[in-house]
Design a protein around this ligand. Structure first.
Ligand SMILES: [Zn+2]
Ligand SMILES: [Zn+2]
Length: 385
């Protein structure tokens, strides 16, 4: 990186005689001979601006030996007695001959830029995948609109309230199923079938279905599997940063005496370059899988008879009677319902289902009750009142 240094001279305005644009090399006004002071912004210099893109000063650089020597003399200081500005390398006030004192005010010379740190770091590669988030957001929004009606109804119907009512009627139903261990022929995959003799139940217990007479095996489709079927080349266009020549970048530092030092360098310029990003992806296809499917003999519990009994308010629940052989088994189901009227003098009706006979028997038709019920009419809690 080649480095080019220029000295830019600022200008100031005399507040005593109102002369504008006096070159910084003059520490006294060329018109009225008044010294440049700290007051009245006389020592705030105008350097004529810089180019926005490069930072390069728009003004010509100084080549004049005297001015260059002045620029290198350090930051100005202001005489504590007469206020005149003086060269940084002088110890006596040029205007009144007073000595530079500790409390004399001075301008600041900015630190020189560090050569180790480039003026501009190369830009980072641009990141992709920004559009994905937007798409998800839009979908989320429409989902909310389409379902909010249902959601509100759902919230209303599950809201509960406590009220009082009356148990008007009770009901029970009991069913007994008679099941027999019955020979059947089933189909199964050969590799999953293991021949085994059946064991008959005794009093409906201890049975084993068994697998017998595996036969008539034929090849059948069992499913499919994914298999690699070559590769395909997948490409997408991406962008990356690429060095494309150089560009000039300048920095200035104030020397605190009406001069600026400008350092310009040629730095690498980066441009967007599009390129094809390609890779080989494995292609897959579905392949059918076949296996041997066979018939075999086994046993299953089959319903051979059922009896049902039901009763209304007051009648105690009973089990139906069934006669059975020793290899059969019985399966029992019981079902209890309480009918409740509540709200508006019993205009609303709902049912409640006790789980056990004991719970069912604790309720008497006609008794007053407290109900916790949803707007949709489901009884959540039922208590005697
Ligand atoms: Zn003047
Ligand atoms: Zn002085």
């Amino acid at each position: 990186m080649s480095k080019r240094i220029r000295i830019i001279e600022g200008t100031w305005n005399c507040t005593s005689c109102d002369t504008k644009g006096i070159l910084a090399r003059h520490k006294k006004c060329p018109q009225c001979n008044n010294p440049r002071e700290l007051t009245g912004k006389e020592s705030e210099f105008d350097f004529g601006g810089t180019d926005a893109a490069t930072g390069k000063a728009l003004r010509e650089g100084v080549t004049d030996e005297t001015a260059l020597e002045l620029a290198g003399a350090g930051a100005d200081w202001f005489c504590a007695y007469c206020g005149a500005s003086n060269r940084g390398d002088q110890t006596l006030c040029k205007h009144c001959q007073a000595e530079r004192t500790q409390d004399a005010k001075a301008l600041q010379e900015e630190e020189a830029a560090d050569d180790e740190h480039p003026l501009r770091a190369p830009p980072r590669a641009s990141s992709a995948k920004k559009t994905l988030g937007k798409v998800a957001l839009v979908l989320g929004g429409s989902l909310f609109f389409c379902c909010s009606g249902t959601l509100i109804y759902g919230l209303w119907s599950t809201a509960t309230h406590d009220t009082s009512g009356q148990l008007v009627r009770t009901e029970w139903k009991r069913t007994v199923f008679q099941e027999r261990f019955t020979p059947v022929t089933l189909e199964g995959w050969q590799d999953e079938l293991h021949a085994q003799p059946p064991r008959m139940p005794v009093n409906g217990l201890g049975e084993s279905a068994g697998v017998q007479n595996i036969r008539g095996c034929v090849s059948s489709r069992r499913g499919s599997r994914k298999v690699a079927d070559g590769t395909e080349r997948v490409c997408s266009t991406k962008t990356r940063k690429k060095a494309c020549g150089t560009e000039e970048k300048c920095q200035t530092r104030n020397k605190g005496n009406g001069f600026q030092e400008e350092v310009c360098r040629d730095v690498t310029r980066y441009c967007d370059e599009s390129y094809e990003d390609c890779r080989n992806e494995t292609r897959y296809r579905q392949e059918p899988v076949y296996a041997q499917k066979c018939n075999y003999d086994t046993y299953q519990w089959k319903e051979v008879a059922r009896r049902e009994l039901s009763g209304q308010s007051g009648e105690p629940p009973r089990w139906p009677e069934l006669s059975m052989s020793p290899t059969d088994r019985l399966r029992r189901e019981e079902h209890y319902v309480l009918h409740v009227e509540y709200d508006d003098d019993g205009k609303k009706q709902a049912t409640f289902e006790p789980k056990t006979e004991q719970e069912f028997l604790s309720w008497k038709p006609g008794q007053p009750v407290s109900v916790t019920v949803t707007n949709g009419g489901d009884i959540q809690k039922l208590l005697p009142r």
